[in-house]
Design a protein. Structure first.
Length: 364
């Protein structure tokens, strides 16, 4: 088997998003890889140090400063003795490609793109401009890796090069994400949730794509029919939302895995933009029954388990969640078991790591 030279990963920052968590899991299994963070390690600093991952923080806090630091970044890449540069998400993809052009560096570039079907009207002109530039220079990438079929299809339709593109689904760590009855009892007690309450969990930052408003309106509809329902929101900004009675907003949590054990149903209400939803797969590994809008590759994740919401309106979200609540207890238990087994079988962290490493080898 070919041995590949050093790999360095570049990402804008390490907030608590899906891409960031996937990168961290990949680094844990490949400690020889290096990491360059344009901003900072944020909540993952301790974990990077725990697993002895070689990382550098540049503490660059604006896109303009990144441009003026391009020479410094090129020197850091050169000094790492890396042959393969894996850029994660648009900003890093654009940056690495420009460095290759301006400094004539002999690098193999891998782009990692994580989203699909973006509705750009919700976002700044800078994102639109960066996406436009990425489209123009996408031919420079030696490989473009999408984490969903929907993402590959969407970006190809925009005009991204499809010559060296492929899909590698996210991998979820079964040892980290599992159901624990002890954690369930203790956390429910700490959060003031009764043992007979039915808890719907959604984890996601406050962002137009995540559709919190329609989810909250759907919850109001459901609550009128079932007083035992609790909605648990996790993610950056959720603590600032104005929520009705019965909703618990925890804000950003580092150890998100333990909160899944509190729940019974995992919901993904997103309007657009999702590629492969980590939250959906993580919840299923923790034996939560999945309910999701038809965004990204939700159908591929669920297969014949769970329910697909027809559209992202509050009415349809409520209808689908009510259907889930009406399932017979024995049927629900069987489906929860199948949820975990499906994610273990199809979306393991080791499988993801193997496919990435195989891609790196083929670039030599």
């Amino acid at each position: 088997m070919k041995k590949y030279k050093k790999v360095i990963h570049i990402i804008a920052s390490l907030g608590n998003g899906g891409a960031e968590r996937q990168l961290l899991e990949l680094l844990k299994l490949n400690p020889s890889h290096q990491l360059l963070i344009l901003k900072n390690a944020d909540i993952y600093k301790k974990e990077l140090e725990k697993y002895k991952i070689n990382y550098t923080e540049l503490n660059i806090d604006t896109k303009l400063k990144v441009f003026f630091s391009i020479h410094k970044i090129s020197r850091l890449i050169a000094s790492s003795n890396s042959f393969i540069v894996h850029a994660w998400m648009y900003n890093a993809c654009l940056l690495v490609s420009l460095i290759k052009i301006f400094f004539n560096m002999k690098l193999k570039i891998v782009w990692g793109i994580r989203c699909s079907n973006m509705q750009l009207k919700y976002y700044s002109w800078t994102l639109k401009f960066i996406l436009f530039l990425c489209k123009l220079i996408s031919f420079l990438a030696n490989s473009i890796i999408y984490n969903s079929n929907a993402g590959q299809k969407y970006h190809t339709s925009l005009g991204f090069s499809n010559k060296f593109s492929k899909v590698i689904f996210n991998g979820i760590d079964e040892k980290k994400f599992f159901f624990s009855n002890i954690i369930r009892k203790n956390l429910r007690k700490a959060l003031g949730i009764k043992s007979n309450s039915i808890v719907i969990v959604f984890a996601g930052r406050v962002d137009p794509m995540k559709n919190h408003i329609n989810l909250l309106n759907a919850f109001k509809i459901i609550k009128k029919q079932n007083k035992k329902i609790i909605l648990l929101l996790i993610g950056k900004g959720t603590e600032t939302l104005k929520v009705p009675k019965g909703v618990i907003s925890l804000g950003m949590q580092v150890n998100i895995e333990k909160y899944y054990s509190v729940g019974d149903i995992i919901v993904l209400p997103s309007k657009f933009g999702e590629g492969f939803s980590n939250v959906l797969a993580e919840g299923m590994l923790c034996k939560l029954f999945p309910v999701a809008t038809n965004v990204g590759d939700s159908k591929d994740i669920l297969s014949d388990i769970g329910l697909i919401i027809r559209d992202s309106s509050s009415k349809e979200i409520a209808k689908c969640l009510i259907d889930a609540l009406d399932l017979k207890k024995q049927d629900l238990l069987k489906l929860k078991e199948r949820s975990r087994e499906r994610i273990k079988r199809e979306f393991s962290i080791k499988k993801m790591s193997y496919l990435y490493n195989n891609t790196y080898r083929k670039l030599l």
